[in-house]
Write a protein of this length. Structure first.
Length: 198
C-alpha cells in the first residue's frame, strides 16, 4: 500500500502545480480537499523556510500524515526585497493575484528594464509524524515585465520574465515553467530526497 503524502496548501493553483511536480512518486499524493476542513495556520515566520516548516508541521500534527509544504515569493531588488514573505498578500487581504500584480507594477512604474531585477524563491519542507523537517530551496533569477503578459500559471507569473527569456512564466507551457521555476527546482530536490526514504 502506497504511503500518503499530503500537499499542505489551501491554494488550489499551487496544490495542482505541486501535484504535477510530485507525479510518479511511489506515494499516494493527497490534497487538503481529501481531509476534513482545518483552519489555515498563521504564517508568522520571518523567512520562507520558517513559514514552510510551520505549515508542514501544522498539517502533519493535525492529520497524522507525512506532509510537504512550501513557502515561496518574489524578491524585487529595487523594492529592498519586497514583496518577499508577504508576496501573497502584497496588496492586502484577502490575497488577490491581479491586485498584487497591479500594486507591483505601480511600485516599479518609474524603473527601467535593467533596474527591474528580481528572483522567485521557494522553500519546500517535508515533515513526517515524529520527524524533523527536511528543507530544500530553489530560486529563479529574472526581471519584472513592464505589464502583465500571458494567461498560464498564477500569482506573479504574468509579470516575471526568467533570465535568458523574452516571455513571462504566464506565457509558457507548464512543463517549460517547471523546468525553470523556483518551485520546480526546490521540488526536484524534494523528489530526490523522498526517493531515498524507506
Amino acid at each position: 500500500m502506497a504511503k500518503v503524502l499530503l500537499i499542505g496548501s489551501n491554494n488550489r493553483d499551487k496544490a495542482r502545480e505541486l501535484a504535477e511536480l510530485l507525479e510518479g512518486l511511489p506515494w499516494e499524493v493527497k490534497s487538503l480537499a481529501d481531509f476534513p476542513p482545518l483552519p489555515e495556520p498563521e504564517e508568522t515566520g520571518e523567512t520562507f523556510e520558517e513559514n514552510a516548516c510551520l505549515k508542514a508541521r501544522y498539517y502533519c500534527d493535525a492529520l497524522g500524515v507525512a506532509v510537504v509544504a512550501d513557502d515561496s515569493g518574489l524578491i524585487v531588488d529595487a523594492l529592498n526585497g519586497e514583496p518577499g514573505v508577504r508576496s501573497a498578500r502584497y496588496a492586502g487581504e484577502p490575497p488577490n493575484y491581479d491586485k498584487n500584480n497591479a500594486n507591483l507594477l505601480d511600485s516599479l512604474s518609474e524603473m527601467l528594464w535593467h533596474e527591474r531585477t528580481a528572483r522567485f524563491v521557494c522553500c519546500a519542507a517535508y515533515v513526517e509524524p515524529g520527524g524533523e523537517p527536511h528543507v530544500e530551496i530553489g530560486s529563479c533569477e529574472g526581471h519584472i515585465a513592464m505589464e502583465c503578459f500571458g494567461k498560464q500559471g498564477f500569482g506573479y507569473d504574468p509579470v516575471f520574465v526568467p533570465e535568458g527569456y523574452d516571455c513571462t512564466f504566464a506565457e509558457m507551457k507548464p512543463a517549460q515553467k517547471h523546468a525553470l521555476s523556483h518551485r520546480g527546482a526546490a521540488f526536484r530536490k524534494i523528489r530526490t530526497y523522498l526517493e531515498t526514504l524507506p
